[in-house]
Design a protein around this ligand. Structure first.
Ligand code: DC
Length: 222
């Protein structure tokens, strides 16, 4: 199986890039952030504070999270059989996902699901620790980044296009707090693997980013 890891901070365009590469190569796109978001959604639905590690850990055995794919390759995430793909995109869930993802037991809980996907499929997997922890032997590792202004603007446009009412300042502040959490946590911090290729797309549009990533992939696998 061919495994391609795409890691990087929020708003760098990982999901578009990974989805597009997967489509062009005929691989499966795995959005691992959706798994942490699903756990966070379950935690908040139960009225649990995401930073109450003990309560979150206690809840885990009853969390039934699964993935499935539509014909067009779109990933859907389920909680006990209910499709929660839209609900998990809300800004409060982004922050809650960042908080629960720092709990080692939550990461361990989601590990096998991610590794099994990669064992049985050619995948493009997007996340924070794919190249470092989940798939350390991935065939290709791309760490996608962009400057803070560019990332905040992209995320703002994405949210407002979905009808979410917010401001650029609010998105900036939420995003930077989350990135700081994600990159400085003790377990599996969001950092580039030593053998990852760093792709800074601050000055690239979406197609330019896809082309650059495909060139990296071609250089690694024939
Ligand atoms: O990619 P995303 O924004 O949907 O991810 C939501 C949160 O989940 C992110 O702030 C950190 C966490 N996450 C993680 O810790 N490891 C991953 N592989 C993917 C996401």
């Amino acid at each position: 199986m061919i495994n391609i890891a795409v890691d990087g901070p929020a708003g760098a365009g990982k999901s578009y890039l990974a989805k597009e590469i997967a489509r062009r190569l005929g691989y499966i796109y795995v959005d691992t952030g959706a798994l942490y978001r699903a756990v966070a959604y379950c935690v908040t639905e139960k009225g649990i504070d995401p930073s109450d590690s003990e309560a979150v850990i206690k809840l885990l055995p009853s969390v039934d999270v699964s993935l499935s794919y539509a014909e067009d390759g779109t990933q859907h995430v389920y909680l006990s059989g209910k499709d929660v793909s839209a609900e998990i995109r809300m800004p409060n869930i982004s922050m809650a996902a960042s908080v629960v993802s720092a709990i080692p037991e939550v990461r361990a809980f989601l590990l096998d699901l991610q590794r099994n996907m990669a064992k049985t499929n050619n995948v493009v997997m997007d996340g924070r620790d794919i190249g470092t922890v989940i798939l350390p032997n991935a065939d290709v590792k791309i760490f996608l980044c962009a400057n803070e202004k560019a990332r905040a603007k992209r995320r703002y446009l994405e949210l407002t296009a979905k009808g979410v009412e917010t401001t650029l300042e609010a998105v900036e502040s939420e995003m930077f707090t989350r990135d700081k959490n994600d990159s400085t946590r003790k377990v599996a911090p969001a950092v580039a693997a030593l053998d990852a290729v760093i792709l800074d797309n601050s000055e690239l549009d979406r197609e330019g980013t896809v082309e650059a990533a495909l060139a990296i992939i071609r250089s690694k696998i024939s």
